[in-house]
Write a protein of this length. Structure first.
Length: 221
């Protein structure tokens, strides 16, 4: 049974976040192992690079497990975002090099899909860590100054029932923003929230439109 106290809610949220971060790590490890098994390379770099990029999500799992301060959680999440950007840059860079014709459609689709999925997870965690001061502040003080406005916030009946967004809600925001490249569920209220959602959409454009389009072209040739 879940603990309704602020401290219990915060522990439950950190457990959920650990599972999400572990999933992101697992996806990158899977991509690394498949890449090495298939001898896939990107811009002359072999599949081990994905194992390196899986380290930041694992560090986030450790930080969440040991109840690190919010500033440390946020710093590690930003490192994970930077690692995702690096992986996407490597993937897109390989498309414009002379040896890009050696890339198979399967390699492009799998790499692009896993980068997109990890991007959804990572930005869901980032939204969760940013909104109204983070999970600790929300558990103790509520969402007095929210960075995101959910449809449920306009529903008085749900507000009186004690509804509050969980990590799954923030992950859904990242999912829809990564597909539509614009807010569809929760609206960003602060400049920081708008900037982060914009970055989320830009990364998704790179991994979905550019990589997927090239993969379809390769498969159809």
């Amino acid at each position: 049974m879940s603990d309704p106290s602020p401290e219990g809610s915060r522990r439950e949220a950190r457990l959920e976040a650990s599972v999400f971060a572990l999933a992101a790590c697992g996806l990158l490890v899977l991509l690394g192992l498949v890449s090495m098994a298939q001898s896939w390379e990107l811009a002359g770099v072999s599949g081990w690079i994905w194992l390196v990029l899986a380290v930041p999500p694992m560090l986030l799992v450790v930080a969440l497990a040991f109840d690190a301060p919010r500033s440390m959680d946020l710093s590690v999440i930003l490192v994970v975002v930077a690692a995702n950007l690096g992986g996407l840059g490597l993937l897109i860079g390989s498309l414009v090099t002379e040896g890009s014709g050696d890339l198979s459609g399967g390699q492009l689709l799998m790499s692009g899909a896993i980068l997109w999925l990890t991007n959804v997870i990572v930005f869901g965690l980032l939204y969760w860590s940013l909104d109204a001061g983070g999970p600790r502040a929300r558990a103790e003080n509520g969402r007095r100054r929210p960075d995101f406005w959910f449809p449920q916030d306009d529903n008085d009946r749900l507000a009186h029932s004690g509804w509050h967004p969980r990590l799954e809600d923030y992950a859904y925001v990242a999912l829809t923003n990564g597909i539509a490249f614009s807010p569809t569920d929760a609206m960003p209220l602060t400049r920081l929230a708008k900037a982060v959602m914009g970055l989320d959409a830009l990364i998704s454009v790179g991994s979905v439109l550019l990589v997927a389009a090239r993969a379809v072209n390769v498969l159809g040739s």
